[in-house]
Structure formats: C-alpha cells, structure tokens
Write a protein that binds this ligand. Structure first.
Ligand SMILES: Cc1cc2nc3c(=O)[nH]c(=O)nc-3n(C[C@H](O)[C@H](O)[C@H](O)COP(=O)(O)OP(=O)(O)OC[C@H]3O[C@@H](n4cnc5c(N)ncnc54)[C@H](O)[C@@H]3O)c2cc1C
Length: 135
C-alpha cells in the first residue's frame, strides 16, 4: 500500500503551491481533487490571463486579525520569488496598471508551470484519475 507524508485536498493555486513546497522539502505528497481539472480557478483568473502578482505587494495590502502573519509570510515568499518562478518557465508577461502582472498569452501557462513544478518535486496528483483531463 502507498504511504504518504502529506495529502493535500484541492489542486487549486494554494494546494499546488503547498504540495510543491512539501515535495521540495523531501515529503512524499499526494494531491486529491474532486473537480474536473487542476487549477480551474486560475484558468478563469485575470480574464483568462491570470493577474499572478503585483510588484508593489506588501503586508500593508492585507487585512488580517493577526497583522504580523502577513509580514512573516511575505518575508519568506515574496512576489519576486513568484516572478522568478514565472521567468524560470519562460512565461511571457507584462505589467498592466499599478504593478499588476499578467500573462501575455494565457493563465494556462501558470497552471502548466505549477504542474511542471509539482512533477519535478515528485508530487503525485490524482493518481486515481478522478478528474484528469488536460487543461
Ligand atoms: C473570475 C475570477 C477571476 C480571478 N482573477 C484573479 C486574478 O487575476 N488574480 C488573482 O490573484 N486571483 C484571482 N482570482 C482569485 C483566485 O483565482 C483565487 O483566489 C485562487 O484561485 C484560489 O485558490 P485556492 O487554491 O485557494 O482555491 P481553489 O482554486 O478554489 O481550489 C480549491 C480546489 O479544491 C477542490 N475541492 C474543493 N472541495 C473539495 C473536496 N471536498 N474534495 C476534493 N477537492 C475539493 C476544488 O475542486 C478546487 O480545485 C479570481 C477568481 C475568479 C473567480
């Protein structure tokens, strides 16, 4: 029987990033989802071009009961880390207004990037093939 260190429920943006990070830290990771394909909401985002980050993102842009949470989270993974990932995958992008970054072509590029990173981190996504249709 297969054994997993981490089981992530939901192959959305949050679940895929979490799975990639855990996989890169050497954990054996499984991602399950009850939908038809991974990253469906990402595909809709930014009018289909995914507004994937903002170059001026700072803890002041977030509302939280614990204002220190955003400071610590953003200091450990910044918008520049995500931009570096997008550049590593040679995804063309542009700045729109007020620092918003969008894919030139399609939000599909971001989903494919996350799936490629998950694969590289040995993350198993939906091995039971509930939902697998190519995006
Ligand atoms: C029209 C639209 C445009 C947007 N534009 C942008 C944008 O340009 N930039 C931006 O940053 N954000 C944008 N957003 C918001 C962004 O898409 C979401 O914040 C983000 O995708 C949420 O990711 P998530 O992983 O938290 O949740 P989700 O993407 O909702 O992922 C959750 C996953 O869990 C699965 N799931 C749920 N319940 C179960 C269960 N019981 N068992 C198994 N699987 C389950 C679902 O099938 C889904 O795949 C937009 C959202 C919409 C709707």
């Amino acid at each position: 029987m297969q054994q997993w260190d981490v089981i992530v429920v939901g192959a959305g943006a949050a679940g895929l990033m979490c799975a990639i990070e855990a996989g890169n830290r050497g954990r054996k990771v499984l991602v399950l989802d009850n939908g038809k394909r991974p990253g469906r909401k990402i595909l809709m985002s930014g009018g289909g071009r995914c507004n994937f980050t903002n170059i001026y993102t700072s803890p002041d842009n977030f509302l939280s009961q614990n204002k220190h949470f955003c400071k610590s989270a953003l200091s450990r993974y910044t918008q520049w880390d995500f931009i570096a990932l997008v550049q590593k995958h040679a995804i063309p992008y542009h700045e729109k207004t007020l620092g918003q970054l969008f894919c030139d072509d399609s939000a599909k590029d971001i989903v494919e990037m996350l799936l490629a990173e998950a694969k590289a981190a040995n993350v198993q996504i939906d091995p039971y093939q509930h939902f697998w249709t190519p995006c």
